[in-house]
Design a protein around this ligand. Structure first.
Ligand code: ZN
Length: 257
């Protein structure tokens, strides 16, 4: 029988929160023109509510499972994924507190990973076959996938009405900002704004670059407890999402087109 869930615990007292720009006009024109560089966050400067973590390994002798334990410490990796997620999508004042427990399941399966579970108890299922295939850069890939899946544990989804491509794009936007983009990710790829994953992640990064830091934080916040509508982009940026996508593709043509 699994142990009873342990309530979330608080770490050290939170540091002061730097102010966010209240509107795009708060960004200087210099900021808007600066090229986009993903940044590592100073993890030690933040103090978020960390859920309890559980781990289940369904095939301990699988080469992918062995790679996992050779390259990451599970408690640290999961905690860092929570910190990255919360640092990019929330402030200490508005971070959701519903996630009490995250169970990581390492098991043989097709695909990469997925997240399921309830409001309070999340499960991240991670394919050991995928880890085995990523052996050449196992640590970065494991941390990147855990970060992506942890976003799904915490992000708002407009009461389930957010387009899947935007959900996946936000998850990969956090992964990108955490410095965990795989080498094959390239800016400018994708045929439509909600193609999802890295295509949408780079688009969101471009919007943030154009409209100021905190824009994607506000996009996520706008999907808390209300249904999705495309004018969310118009409200945040002054332009509709198709015009934004057109400008993005002009600004960042993909290598192959
Ligand atoms: Zn996903």
């Amino acid at each position: 029988m699994p142990p009873p869930p342990i309530p979330p615990r608080l770490g050290a007292p939170p540091p002061p929160i730097p102010p966010r720009p209240s509107s795009p006009s708060a960004e200087s024109s210099d900021d808007r023109q600066r090229p986009y560089h993903p940044v590592y966050l100073p993890f030690t400067l933040t103090s978020w509510l960390i859920p309890n973590f559980e781990l289940r390994v369904e095939d301990v002798s699988h080469p992918g499972a062995q790679l996992f334990f050779e390259h990451v410490r599970p408690a640290e990796a999961l905690k860092d994924a929570v910190i990255s997620t919360c640092s990019w999508l929330y402030t200490l004042r508005d971070v959701p507190t519903n996630v009490q427990n995250v169970l990581l399941v390492l098991r043989p399966m097709p695909g990469v990973a997925y997240t399921t579970g309830s409001r309070t108890h999340k499960e991240i299922h991670f394919s050991v076959n995928h880890i085995q295939k990523s052996a050449a850069r196992a640590r970065e890939e494991i941390l990147g996938v855990l970060t992506h899946e942890m976003v799904h544990c915490f992000q708002y989804n407009a009461r389930g009405t957010c387009p899947g491509g935007l959900i996946e794009g936000i998850a990969d936007w956090v992964r990108l900002n955490s410095g965990l983009a795989p080498p094959h990710w390239k800016r400018g790829k994708g045929d439509k704004w909600d193609a999802g994953y890295d295509a949408t992640a780079f688009f969101l990064a471009w919007i943030e670059e154009q409209r100021g830091k905190g824009t994607i934080y506000q996009l996520n916040a706008a999907m808390n407890d209300r249904t999705y509508h495309e004018n969310i982009f118009q409200d945040l940026t002054g332009l509709d999402v198709y015009e934004l996508w057109r400008l993005y593709k002009l600004d960042c043509p993909s290598d192959t087109s």
